[in-house]
Design a protein around this ligand. Structure first.
Ligand code: 13P
Ligand code: SF4
Length: 301
């Protein structure tokens, strides 16, 4: 059944001059199908240089919106319209534009996990792969409001010794990681390095060996001399880690670290997206113009 669907998708891709971009957390069969697989930063960079009529984005809505902002002439499709990031919904455009009116002097830094409508009101975006560079580019005498992820913000405050105001948002999956889980993993796998995503709480991050974006974890695991790793992020990345490092062992920190939204897109959805053009990401020209700026500022860094 999967083989038939994959053949149909390949044919439709050719007919429509389409490319499939996918995030490291999606279902294994979608990862295997993708033309390009990556973390948020790598996917944004790729979207900015595409020459395709159609981009099928397998991930969550804010990522597909970012692809549309950076590839405005392509039709960008999100094959399952309900795939959206709960953290991105924690900073609505109204809340952020009101904040900006009340604090016009603050520099608003938006983690890329935010809607395009919210990005339209901020100064610069960042991902977990470039957050340090973005924050360091802001002069010390400017007050920063970091949104929506209070954990990523708090981790950067500690690491960069830079005070920032933090929005009260978080990723429900990463925020659920506890110090006990790390202690248990250390006991169970004493030889393993523990890699964690910086969307986890600072008191948990400080117990681990490295805090990295998903792309950073892939590079780290590849380059490290260690043979065994515990992975403290969404479990979807294990597929790629194992596939690309067959001589190494990867344990999930906890099997329930699963983002349901990242798992929503199926092969049928991808086929139907290409067949019926759904769901096409459409953004108003005002949002296209305003939200592109902070993303371009980020990419320029
Ligand atoms: P990365 O940019 O590290 O891939 O993370 C995206 C994300 O949604 C993490 O939860
Ligand atoms: Fe959003 Fe967390 Fe899912 Fe990433 S893992 S898409 S931050 S809910």
């Amino acid at each position: 059944m999967d083989d038939v669907l994959i053949q149909e998708i390949q044919l439709l891709k050719k007919q429509r001059n389409a490319v499939i971009l996918a995030h490291n957390y999606v279902q294994p069969e979608i990862q295997d199908l993708a033309d390009f697989l990556g973390d948020s930063l790598e996917l944004s960079r790729r979207a900015a240089t595409l020459n395709a009529d159609v981009v099928v984005f397998c991930g969550v809505r804010f990522m597909a919106e970012t692809a549309k902002l950076l590839s405005p002439d392509s039709v960008v499709l999100l094959p399952n319209s309900s795939a959206s990031c709960p953290m991105a919904r924690m900073a609505s455009s109204t809340m952020v534009s009101n904040y900006k009116k009340e604090h016009p002097e603050d520099v608003l830094v938006a983690y890329v996990n935010s809607t395009a409508a919210t990005k339209a009101h901020v100064d610069v975006c960042c991902t977990s792969g470039n957050v340090e560079k973005v924050i360091n580019s802001i002069p010390e005498d400017h007050e920063i409001m970091f949104l929506p992820d209070k954990n990523l913000g708090a981790n950067m405050t500690r690491k960069l010794k830079r005070s920032m105001k933090l929005w009260n948002g978080c990723c429900p999956i990463h925020d659920a990681v506890t110090p006990e889980m790390i202690h248990r993993a250390r006991e169970q796998y004493p030889e393993a390095e523990i890699l964690i995503h910086p969307e986890c709480r600072p008191e948990v991050v400080e117990l681990c060996d490295a805090a990295l974006s998903t792309g950073g974890m892939l590079r780290y695991a590849h380059e490290s001399k260690s043979k065994e790793f515990v992975i403290a992020t969404e479990c979807g990345i294990l597929h790629r880690l194992r596939k690309e490092n067959p001589d190494k062992t990867f344990h999930p920190l906890h099997p329930e670290l699963v983002c349901e939204d990242m798992k929503k897109i199926t092969l049928e959805d991808v086929r139907d997206a290409l067949l019926y053009n759904r769901e096409e990401i459409r953004l108003s020209s005002e949002i296209m113009t305003m939200a592109r700026e902070p993303i371009e500022r980020m990419l320029a860094l």
